[in-house]
Design a binder for this molecule. Sequence first.
Ligand code: ME8
Length: 491
Amino acid sequence: MGKFYVTTPIFYVNDKPHIGHAYTVVIADILARWHRLRGDDVFFLTGTDEHGEKIQKAAEARGVKPKQFVDEVVEKYKEAWKVLDISYNKFIRTTDKEHEEAVGKFIDRIYEKGDIYKGEYEGWYCVPDETFLTDSQLVDGKCPMCGREVKKVKEEAYFFKLSKYKDKILKFYKENPDFIIPNFRMSEMANRLEGEVKDLDITRKSVSWAIPFGPDKSHFVYVWVDALTNYISALGWPDGKNFKFFWPADVHVIGKEINWFHSVIWPALLMSAGLELPNRVMVHGWFTVDGKKMSKSLGNVVDPVEIAKKYSTDALRYFLIRSAKLGEDSDFSEKALISKINGELVSNIGNLISRTVSMCKKFYKEIDGELYKETGDELVKQIDIEKIETLMDNFMLYEALEELLKFVKSLNKYIADKEPWKLRGKQLGDTLYNLLEGIRVFSILIYPFMPSTSLEISKQIGVKLGSIEDLKFEKIVYKPKYGGHIFNHVK
Ligand code: ME8
C-alpha cells in the first residue's frame, strides 16, 4: 500500500469536451481505479483551464463576460465526466480563489530566486494552443501543432530563465530514464533541449482575463504558468496536508502536443521553486475521427456523451483503450466501435457470463451441494495475474486488456471443450465452479476499465466485487443469479 497521485491536463473551456478529451480522462481514471483496487491512497485530479486569450475570445464571440462563459462550459465538463464514470477526487478550476492565490505565491518564489527578468517579446503566438512560437518553428507560416494562423506579438514582457535549467533537465532525464513514457517522447524532448532553448515569456500585457502578475500589476500571468501550477495548488501548496502527502505526482497523463510544457517547462519551474519533480509523465497519442483530424470546420467533432448514451459508457471506455497502445495515435469511428462491441464485448465477454450464469441456474438442482469445489488448475494456468499487475503498474493498459480478453477466450474454450450440459453431478459442479472462479477473477481485473460492467458481473455471479487480495482462485460460495445480457448486440 502506498500513495498514488494522478492528474489529467486541465481542459480549456472554450467548448464542450470531445472524444480526445474523454481519452485523456479515461486513461487517468483507469489508473486511479487500479491503484484504489491495489489499496493505495489515491488522489485523482482533473479540472479546467479557464484563463487566457483563447477563452477571452470565445466569451467575446458569445457576447458574454468570461466568468459567465466559463461557468457555463465547466458544467458541460462535469456532466461529461459523470456520464463517463470519472472517479476524480478533485475538480480544480483555475478561477478558484485558492488556485489564484497559489499562482501568486509560486511566481513570488521564482521571482525571489532571481529567475524572472523584464524584457520585450517579439515573435509569434498561437491563440488556440496559447503558445509562443519562433520563426523557425512555424510550418508554412502556421502553428506547427494545430496548423492554424498565428499572430505577431510585440510587447513588454517578463521572462523566466528557462535556458538556465536546460542542462539540469537533461541530467534529470539521464538519471530518470523512465520519466517520460513512451521513451521516444523523452528523446524528442532531449533533442530539442540540446538545441537552442530560449527563455520563456511568462506574462501577457494585452490579455487581462488572467491572474495579475504580482511583481508588476500592469502584466498578467501567462496562461500556461497559471495552468501548470494547478498540479500543486490543488493539493493546497505550500502548506496543505495533501501537498505534503501526495506530492510529487506519480503520473501526469497528457497528450503528445503538450509534452514540452510538462516535461521541460514544468520541471524547470519546479526546480526554480525548489520543489520535487513529478515521477512520470505519460504521453498519449491523438484520436482522429474516420481517419481525419477532428475539427469544427470539418464538422466531425465527436461528443463522448452522445456516444456513451447511445452505446454505453463502458463500451466507449473499452473502445478508447482497445483501439491502440498508449502513446500511439488511434482512430475513432462508430463502425469500429460497433465492431468491437459485437466482436469482443458481446460475443466474448457477454456470452461467457450469460452462458455460465444460465447454466448454473438451469443445473442448480442437479449440482445441489456440488458447486463449491476447489478449483482445478486448468484455468488458473490460463491467466498470468502477476503479468497483468505489472502491465497495469507500467501504464500498459492496451496490453493488459488484451491479456484479459485472452483469458475470456480461454474460459469460452473451456465451455466448448467440457460441454457442461453433458456432465452430471460432481463433474458438472466442478466445471461450473471453475468457470465462476474465472469470471470472478476477471470481474476484479476489468473493474478499472469498465466499472459498471464489473459490478454487474459480480452481481450476476452473486459475489461482492473483490480487491487485489481476492485475485486468486480459491473456494468461494456462489449464488449466481441470471440478470439478463451484459452487452447487447448493436446493428
Ligand atoms: O492543452 N486526441 O487543454 P486542451 C487525443 N489546457 N487527445 C486529445 C485530442 C485528440 N484529438 N485533442 C485534445 C490543454 N486532446 C491545456 C492543458 S495542463 C496544465 C493544460 C487532449 O483542452 C490533449 O492532448 O486543449 C490534452 O491532453 C487534453 O486533451 C486537454 O487539451
